[in-house]
Design a protein around this ligand. Structure first.
Ligand SMILES: Nc1ncnc2c1ncn2[C@@H]1O[C@H](COP(=O)(O)OP(=O)(O)O)[C@@H](O)[C@H]1O
Ligand SMILES: [Mg+2]
Length: 320
């Protein structure tokens, strides 16, 4: 079993990322002062739509890109201002990366791709060969590991990419849309594999995805929208049980921001939400409960609906 501890592995504080616009174009603010922390051995998903800032955040947390402002502490050490010379060996020995395309060297077999990574991290040739072989066998690639990447399926390519990322026993794996090119069946298998590896080895996993389903394999997911964290929840959370699985973000100006798919549910016609505030003790909570009472009157004009759920015949309001 992965031993999840309370010890901090990675901690990003007030991270901003600004891309300068080309010749007169506006700058793009990709990340707007967000805070994120991962404990050792945790499995976290970052979810959000395209353009939310997920890839930017992943590259910054992995030390592949510098934030415009803010700090990233890895094992307590600030890596955001560290020189490349110091950073490269840390990345190589403790962080594994997986990208959507797999990024294997096309002229080398899957096996040789893994061996090469191990050799780069300073391992001797014989040991690297042994290790590559046993990992590829563990990942179900025994019969395909000597094929060149162009002969492998999307799912097989990702297995090799995973083998390469875990080969030198990293503390952390960062994966950007690792199932982005896979069909539903392969997505299921690859995510299952991530879960198994997470449970067998003491590896923390951070997976970026636009899919709620992929995110559900993680222990916790963090929702990113427009460069800000707008919510987080545990795996398989029941969206109605807000008090158990959700946290909401309170902005600097004191507004509550609720995750978009929760708003989608709350807007559903017929649900009425009550919020109460439990401020006792060290763990203050905001508790939301849907009351399943259907509206009998139109929420817009208050005329009786006469049982029609989707349309008010009095004022013409569409209800959903
Ligand atoms: N190299 C870049 N130069 C300029 N803008 C960029 C660059 N990379 C990303 N962006 C912009 O930053 C925002 C966040 O992008 P990204 O981190 O790739 O989001 P995601 O991975 O969630 O789709 C987007 O508006 C994107 O257009
Ligand atoms: Mg992306």
């Amino acid at each position: 079993m992965a031993t999840e501890t309370n010890e901090s592995l990675l901690k990003g504080k007030s991270i901003y990322s600004i891309y300068e616009g080309l010749e007169g174009a506006n700058n793009v603010v990709a990340l707007r002062g967000l805070n994120i922390e991962m404990k050792k051995g945790e499995f976290v998903a970052i979810v959000g739509t395209s353009g939310a800032g997920k890839s930017t955040l992943l590259r910054i947390l992995g030390g592949l890109q510098r934030p415009s402002a803010g700090t990233i502490r890895f094992y307590g050490q600030d890596i955001s201002r560290m020189s490349e010379k110091l950073l490269v060996p840390i990345r190589r020995s403790t962080i594994g990366f997986i990208f959507q395309e797999g990024n294997l060297l096309p002229e080398l077999s899957g096996y040789d791709n893994v061996v090469r990574t191990l050799r780069y991290s300073g391992m001797g040739f014989d040991e690297a060969r042994e290790r590559a072989k046993s990992i590829l066998i563990r990942l179900g690639m025994e019969s395909r590991m000597h094929d060149l990447p162009h002969r492998l399926s999307g799912g097989e390519l990702q297995r090799v990419a995973i083998a390469r990322a875990i080969s030198n026993g990293p503390a952390l794996i960062l994966a950007d849309e690792p199932t982005g090119n896979l069909d539903a069946g392969n997505t299921e298998q690859v995510m299952q594999l991530f879960r198994e590896l997470h449970e067998e080895m003491d590896i923390a996993l951070l997976i970026v995805t636009h899919s709620q389903h992929v995110a559900s394999f993680a222990d916790r997911s963090v929702e990113l929208s427009d460069g800000m964290i707008i919510g987080q929840h545990g795996a398989g959370s029941d969206i109605y049980a807000l008090e158990q699985s959700r946290s909401v973000i309170i902005s600097d100006s004191g507004n509550l921001t609720l995750p978009p798919e929760l708003l989608g549910v709350m807007n559903s016609f017929g649900y009425h939400w009550d919020f109460s505030f439990n401020l006792n003790g060290a763990d203050p909570r905001i508790i939301g409960r849907p009351s399943l009472q259907a509206h009998t009157n139109c929420p817009v004009c208050n005329e009786p609906l006469n049982g029609d759920k989707f349309y008010c015949h009095s004022c013409g309001a569409k209800l959903n």
